[in-house]
Write a protein that binds this ligand. Structure first.
Ligand code: AMP
Ligand code: MG
Length: 484
């Protein structure tokens, strides 16, 4: 029986969504079913492997008892307001009850909708597989993200710069409501719609807020706190989202929309990969500022709900927004100190953490290798392991001497550091290599091997040895493309 049995979005104000059905595909194949995720959910794979399951996930069958919808949203893209975006190539099938609560199941690449504008509603198989790999990597690192449940090859050709194989991603999320959903409600529908949307989010995702006196102010605070934590986690994994538009900022604090995102190799605070982010608006170090900018757009939509008096509403919003940067800083420096094996939250340790970032940047040191090596040095390895990463050993030695002085001197420091310092991340050259094998040579094995390794990123295993190393100069990936 089809486990996608709910659709809570149907209770939202009309015009927040439209009934819309996927466009049929020619010869769909289930390329990947995420058994690990189904296990976490406590949901059997039977239906997903059945003909009926494939029919629904490929857009060739519709569940008339719970028909799909496309959701409306607006957004600021690269700072420019776009009054209507919406699911231009995605269909919300509804929610599936799981052991972790109900999750949305959305098809991405499932054909044109009322919101497609000039687009074809389709996704390339490569972009779908890329989202699969990176969202698995995020899950392995313990970073909240939408998940890839299944990858379908459609059998259709998708026309980009050249003809490409088409794909559909069935992804799960706690919610697909974005800051852009609130912007759409505020701009197009008015205060009642914003209130209905906010009430929906509180009821579905933050029931603890419902009893608060000013629930909407609490909603703003909660959304800000979860984004602050999320962005701190991204940054400490070297992750650059690449398109932090307000339509790509989830209200429940999950990483969403893996377009041109990437993990950086050698540390550079100004690093941006996305080929469409020419000015580096979404560079590594800019992410908290952009998070706050997006949150401010969210706050603007809530103003009429915060107070009947507009000055008071602005004051309330400002008070809540003022907590964002301190929350980010606390999360970022708290975790950075853990990565360094420092237990004490002193100002001195914060300065040392900043110095560490500057050191890595100045000497172009690979971030993952640095913290991995430091973890081993905290254990039984010699300082030499870290020193040999540097051309300028004197600078490294000076830093290391300070670190030894500051480091917590207990036996299990190395073990604690290992819990937060991965040995493997989704390095761009490995991702590209896996995608090439899958889409050009029809060989999924490298991709499967990479995702298995990424699900267990904190351990050295025989299986991840060659996947851990930084790119050779000729392997470097300099830019990522939306590759939609
Ligand atoms: P994204 O860059 O994936 O966050 O998408 C931004 C907006 O463009 C969203 O409204 C998408 O639905 C829409 N979009 C992206 N690709 C396509 C496509 N191939 N066809 C139609 N709409 C698209
Ligand atoms: Mg998007």
């Amino acid at each position: 029986m089809n486990p996608i049995s709910l659709n809570s979005y149907r209770s939202l104000p009309e015009s927040m969504f439209t009934p819309d059905i996927p466009v049929a595909t020619r010869d769909p194949q289930l390329l990947i079913l995420n058994d690990g995720l189904l296990k976490e959910y406590g949901v059997a794979d039977t239906w997903f492997r059945s003909g009926e399951g494939l029919g629904i996930l490929s857009g060739n069958a519709i569940n008339n008892e719970n028909p799909p919808i496309a959701m409306a949203y607006a957004g600021h893209q690269f700072g420019q307001r776009v009054p209507l975006l919406g699911d231009g190539r995605a269909h919300m099938l509804g929610q599936m009850p799981t052991a972790n609560g109900a999750v949305d199941i959305q098809l991405k690449g499932s054909g044109r909708t009322a919101f497609s504008r000039g687009g074809d509603g389709r996704a390339t198989l490569a972009s779908v597989l890329r989202e699969h790999i990176v969202s698995e990597a995020m899950a392995g690192l313990g970073i909240a993200a939408t998940r890839s449940l299944a990858v379908i090859e459609t059998g259709d050709t998708v026309h980009r710069d050249s003809p490409e194989r088409g794909g559909i991603l069935a992804r799960t999320a706690r919610s697909h409501i974005r800051v852009g959903s609130f912007q759409y409600a505020a701009d197009k529908l008015g205060d009642d719609a914003v209130q209905a949307l906010a009430d929906h989010v509180i009821e579905q995702h933050f029931p603890e807020i419902a009893t608060e006196k000013n629930g909407y102010a609490h909603l703003l605070l909660t959304v800000g706190e979860s984004q602050a934590r999320l962005i701190a986690q991204w940054m400490l994994a070297g992750f650059i989202h690449g398109v932090m538009n307000t339509d790509n900022m989830s209200i429940v604090g999950e990483t969403i929309d893996f377009g041109p995102c990437a993990f950086m190799d050698e540390f550079n605070a100004n690093k941006a990969f996305s080929s469409i982010d020419r000015r580096g608006r979404y560079a590594w170090a800019k992410q908290p500022g952009i998070g706050l900018w997006n949150l401010t757009r969210f706050a603007e939509t809530l103003l009429p709900l915060l107070s009947g008096d507009s000055d008071t509403a602005v004051r309330i919003a400002e008070t809540q927004l003022a907590t964002f940067m301190p929350a980010f800083q606390a999360a970022f420096y708290g975790s950075l100190r853990e990565k360094l094996g420092l237990t004490d939250q002193s100002e001195l340790n914060k300065e040392f953490a900043d110095m560490t970032l500057a050191l890595m940047e100045q000497h172009a040191i690979d971030m993952t290798v640095f913290f991995d090596t430091l973890t081993r040095v905290a254990g039984s390895e010699l300082d030499e392991a870290l020193l040999e990463l540097f051309g300028d050993r004197a600078a490294a030695q000076q830093w290391l001497t300070q670190w030894h002085d500051l480091k917590a001197d207990d036996a299990d420091t190395a073990q604690r550091m290992r819990l937060v310092n991965p040995v493997i991340i989704a390095r761009n050259h490995r991702v590209e290599e896996a995608l090439r094998a899958a889409t050009v040579s029809n060989d999924l094995k490298p991709l499967m091997r990479l995702t298995i390794a990424l699900r267990d990123p904190f351990h050295y295993t025989a299986g991840n040895a060659d996947l851990r190393t930084p790119p050779l100069p000729e392997e470097r990936v300099r830019a990522t493309f939306c590759g939609t």
